[in-house]
Design a protein around this ligand. Structure first.
Ligand code: NAG
Ligand code: NAG
Ligand code: NAG
Ligand code: NAG
Ligand code: NAG
Length: 446
């Protein structure tokens, strides 16, 4: 199975790969946006120095191998050598009873529908009125003048979504912790949720903690928090620092979900995602029991499956569905190749200002083998995890990405500036916009 997937992987166009690397390096910097941190050039240098730094750190790694507790991975972690994946699975206990109750009570598939222009009800908040807006997602502020992307409502084919009601949402959250866990796409959904919620709370009754692996928005009067935990690969990895992390060599501990689980285990409502970080070439696995620093190497999909299983194992053994709600958000589509919706063209999402209206449109950025794997893993957890299947509905929204209308932390070269599509961000989403609808879906199911 894994072999087959890995062969498929090699068809991923090189240009797409390079583009992802570029965008991912801008993902690196997105965390600054919350607080508009400063140290651009500083960080840049640190990134470039990683290679040397981690080579130097190897001897100290070796000494820690004598300890029984494996060293926590960080961006300086390295493999002493790398071998092919052995095929050994993570100690997954297939004990979770799979039942298919969820969904069957739901008579309508809210994920199947169409976008309807509705400038009466949308946007649900104003970009400039949300003090927690990210400079990576504030498209209007960064010069976008076509504002149509803010006015679309998602209309399921056979029913209506519950109308967003901020008071009702706060009542659901009273005394609770809502936590988003994942990568920058999930972070965007978290910012959307904070923007949706914050407007009705007086400024002196709400607060945002400093940007950190775990960032917390708090409302005093509801005694509730809306939190974001940076864990792009779900399991422990060398990319767990939200600001300084590496992409050139991603190392995970496929058997260690615990480092992050300790942070999320007491949340009442959990919203997970993971996807794009697995789409950038092979991943190295360093097992907790490995004492000599030998890593195994596996293609992204295989590695993602191991991580999903470690996560699923945690959910199966630790989640009581009467006490805790768990959601998994499926992959967020990208719009890197306009030829996919407009044959013969050579651009990407840049200059796109209306949704795709071809029913069932599906772009190459949403990997079907990954979707099938996610479905398989989640099917074992169907009584404990609700799926927010946002992929199809977001596929239509080629107009929803920031493209060039966001803050870029790298200096853009004259060559790039003369050809905007070369640096367009067709991965993240403008706010207000598509992630607000993901949150309406979350509200619908809460
Ligand atoms: C909504 O859109 C219609 C049609 O484009 C336009 O005539 C109207 O002024 C818009 N209303 C608002 C509130 O923007
Ligand atoms: C956004 O701002 C406009 C104009 O400033 C205002 O008419 C509108 O009601 C605001 N919308 C929300 C959701 O606050
Ligand atoms: C929103 O929810 C609150 C609390 O449940 C309710 O009192 C109110 O009527 C709702 N507002 C709308 C417009 O439905
Ligand atoms: C606030 O919520 C926490 C759970 O998040 C709970 O432990 C605590 O008792 C609550 N405090 C009040 C004053 O309700
Ligand atoms: C999400 O929906 C698509 C169809 O839009 C379907 O093919 C896919 O299997 C679904 N994913 C999951 C995890 O249920």
């Amino acid at each position: 199975m894994m072999q087959r997937w890995s062969r498929k992987k090699t068809h991923f166009p090189l240009l797409g790969f390079l583009f992802l690397v570029f965008i991912a390096s801008s993902i690196l910097y997105n965390e600054h946006s919350i607080q508009r941190i400063h140290q651009n050039s500083d960080d840049h240098h640190r990134h470039h120095d990683h290679h040397q730094a981690y080579v130097k750190s190897t001897p100290s790694n070796r000494t820690t191998h004598q300890n029984r507790t494996p060293k926590v991975l960080d961006r300086f972690s390295s493999c002493s050598s790398t071998v092919k994946y052995s095929g050994r699975e993570v100690g997954w206990v297939d004990g979770a009873e799979s039942d298919d109750q969820r969904g069957s009570s739901e008579s309508c598939d809210v994920f199947s529908g169409k976008w309807v222009f509705d400038n009466d009800s949308y946007p649900l908040y104003n970009e400039s009125n949300c003090p927690y807006m990210s400079d990576q997602l504030a498209c209007h502020k960064h010069g976008r003048s076509d504002l149509g992307y803010r006015y679309w409502r998602w209309q399921p084919h056979n029913c209506n979504l519950k109308r967003w009601n901020v008071t009702e949402m706060w009542e659901k959250l009273r005394g609770k912790r809502l936590m988003f866990v994942g990568d920058s796409l999930n972070r965007g959904q978290w910012i959307s949720m904070v923007c949706l919620l914050q407007s009705v709370i007086p400024a002196n009754k709400r607060s945002m903690s400093p940007n950190a692996p775990l960032t917390i928005f708090r409302s005093e009067e509801y005694n509730a928090t809306v939190e974001f935990l940076w864990a792009p690969l779900l399991v422990e990895s060398n990319s767990d620092d939200p600001v300084n992390h590496r992409l050139d060599e991603r190392i995970i501990r496929p058997d260690s979900v615990l480092k992050h689980a300790l942070q999320w285990e007491n949340a009442d409502i959990l919203v997970f995602n993971t996807y794009l970080w697995w789409r950038q070439g092979p991943v190295k696995l360093l097992r907790s029991t490995e004492e000599n620093g030998v890593c195994e190497e596996l293609d992204g999909l295989g590695a993602m499956e191991l991580a999903m299983e470690a996560w699923a194992n945690w959910v199966a053994s630790k989640v009581n569905p009467l006490k805790k709600r768990v959601f998994f958000v499926t992959m967020s589509p990208t719009h890197l190749w306009s030829r996919e919706w407009e044959p013969g063209s050579e651009g990407n999402c840049y200059n796109e200002n209306s949704p795709i209206d071809v029913e069932s449109y599906w772009g190459s950025g949403s990997d079907l083998p990954t979707m099938r794997m996610v479905e398989k893993v989640l099917s074992r957890l169907s009584s404990k995890v609700s799926i927010l299947n946002i992929t199809q509905l977001s596929e239509y929204r080629k107009d929803g990405h920031p493209s060039i209308y966001r803050k870029f932390w790298e200096t853009l070269s004259p060559k790039q500036l003369s050809n905007p599509s070369t640096y367009s961000d067709c991965i993240h989403w403008c706010l207000p916009g598509v992630p607000d609808v993901w949150n309406e879906l979350l509200f619908h199911f809460l």
